[in-house]
Design a binder for this molecule. Structure first.
Ligand SMILES: [Zn+2]
Length: 324
């Protein structure tokens, strides 16, 4: 009988679940709404109930060997706890591992959502099972997950891979982290909107300025206008992709991964985005890195979280059994 894992992708609005086998085949998937009322006290019981309901329907319950989860916030992957997940209203430490393992009597593993998405893309997506891949998610913020020599990089306090806070402009905009000029202040959704706003003020007759009069400009509007060759939207794209290339080149030189995989909402602008980053990227990197590291779009979309969480469970279990 095939071994199965439950992969959980815990997000601020929905919690996604997948029942996934050893080869990454998703046998079932389902989701529930995230109820973050009352300091998110219902989230953990809701997760346990939802798995319980699914297990009751599953005749092969014994084939499910472990549970994995990707979560926002600060993760202690050894203790299996999460704290400071503000979009879930979790302010105090949540004992996920303790509760889930006592409910189901199988091992539970948790890591941060960007790391877990990196594992998913490495296993079943754009990473092609390579031992050296970096995943960058461009969305409301910028997150990252680094896999080097086959291992996720956590650092000593779990902040390894905070790619969004690489400083690319020392005197730049103030970031939510307190520093100035982090990549996130430029190439996240809000960063792009701010640069678009500035450029549309200087160039009042362009389509971007006209769009700004009608609605708040978001990254999608910018990329759609740039694809239609609007000169001010192209200036915005040029500026953000210059800084993205600069930030990603530092990662490339440091780690020389096979791929730097770009995902998240902004990556929906597709090869247009990659082509623009590639206008600058090769000039910023060390020659041998230029030949061997490439930029690539993520493939799994919303499924990266559940697949990565199942993979986290699979490798976690192997380590626990002493197989690797
Ligand atoms: Zn920052």
């Amino acid at each position: 009988m095939d071994d199965f894992y439950i992969g959980i992708d815990l997000g601020g609005t929905t919690i996604k679940f997948g029942l996934i086998n050893n080869d990454g085949l998703v046998k079932e998937k389902w989701h529930i709404k995230t109820n973050s009322d009352n300091l998110g006290e219902q989230i953990l019981p809701d997760i346990i109930n939802s798995i319980e309901k699914h297990l009751l329907k599953n005749k092969n319950r014994d084939s499910i060997k472990a549970i994995g989860m990707g979560s926002p916030g600060s993760i202690n992957s050894i203790k299996g706890t999460v704290s400071g997940a503000f979009n879930l209203n979790w302010t105090t430490e949540q004992p996920l591992k303790e509760r889930i393992e006592s409910a189901f009597k199988i091992p539970f593993f948790v890591d941060n959502d960007a790391n877990v998405a990196a594992l998913g893309e490495r296993w079943m997506g754009a990473g092609e099972k390579s031992n050296d891949v970096v995943f960058v998610t461009l969305g409301t913020g910028i997150g990252g997950g680094i896999i080097a020599n086959g291992h996720l990089i956590h650092g000593i306090a779990g902040s390894g891979g905070e790619i969004g806070h690489l400083i690319v402009e020392p005197n730049g905009y103030l970031c939510t982290c307190g520093n100035r000029g982090c990549l996130e202040t430029i190439a996240s959704a809000s960063g792009i909107a701010r640069i678009a706003d500035e450029i549309s003020h200087k160039d009042h007759n362009g389509k971007l300025a006209k769009a700004a009069q009608k609605e708040a400009i978001d990254a999608k509007v910018v990329f759609d206008l740039a694809k239609a060759n609007d000169s001010s939207a192209l200036k915005v794209v040029d500026q953000i992709t210059y800084y993205l290339a600069l930030g990603l080149s530092q990662i490339a030189d440091m780690l020389n991964p096979k791929y730097i995989i770009i995902g998240g909402g902004i990556s929906q602008s597709g090869t247009f985005l990659i082509d623009h980053i590639n206008k600058y990227f090769p000039n910023f990197v060390f020659p041998n890195v230029r030949e061997t590291t490439s930029l690539k779009l993520a493939k799994l979309g919303n499924s990266a979280g559940i697949l990565g969480a199942a993979y986290l469970a699979k490798i976690g279990l192997q380590k626990k059994r002493g197989n690797i």
